[in-house]
Design a binder for this molecule. Structure first.
Ligand code: AMP
Length: 137
């Protein structure tokens, strides 16, 4: 693979490594949203949430917790956001599965999420039914 993160995994491009194990690598984001903004990736390539191996997703999730604890101990943030973008409409620009771990401080104004919409129980019931009907698992 010729993408940036594959090259980082192979050691062909540098990174500021935070933690590593057999399945995952965590390193500082090059353009951080906040101090300590860290990316966690599987060492095995996946594009996004849809095609990444489930075992790698689980390994990344465990590493995300390790990184969150490291950031909490080291930088003493007030909170942490865990964020994953899949496909361009969500904001994904690097097409190698990665999870953002972003320390947050009260009033930092880094970003806010969605504007909540009103509850619509009839629509929710129909939608949940459609989703259950498509569940092959
Ligand atoms: P996303 O929008 O979820 O695809 O985020 C991609 C992230 O990768 C951005 O926050 C970039 O700053 C970060 N990034 C891109 N290249 C590098 C790199 N060489 N080292 C570390 N972070 C990177």
């Amino acid at each position: 693979m010729n993408d940036i993160f594959s090259k980082i995994v192979r050691g062909e491009l540098p990174c500021h490594k935070v933690a590593e194990n057999d399945q995952t690598l965590a390193f500082l984001d090059i353009n951080p949203a906040a101090q300590g903004h860290t990316l966690v990736i599987p060492k095995r390539f996946g594009t996004d949430i849809f095609d990444t191996n489930p075992e790698d997703l689980a390994a990344v999730a465990r590493m995300v917790q390790t990184v969150a604890q490291l950031l909490l101990q080291t930088l003493k943030p007030d909170g942490i956001n865990v964020l994953q973008n899949s496909r361009p409409a969500s904001g994904q620009v690097v097409f190698y599965y990665h999870v953002h771990v972003i320390p947050r401080w009260e009033g930092d104004g880094v970003f806010s999420f969605w504007r909540p919409n009103p509850t619509d129980h009839a629509a929710f019931a129909a939608l949940a039914e459609r989703l259950r009907a498509n569940n092959q698992a």
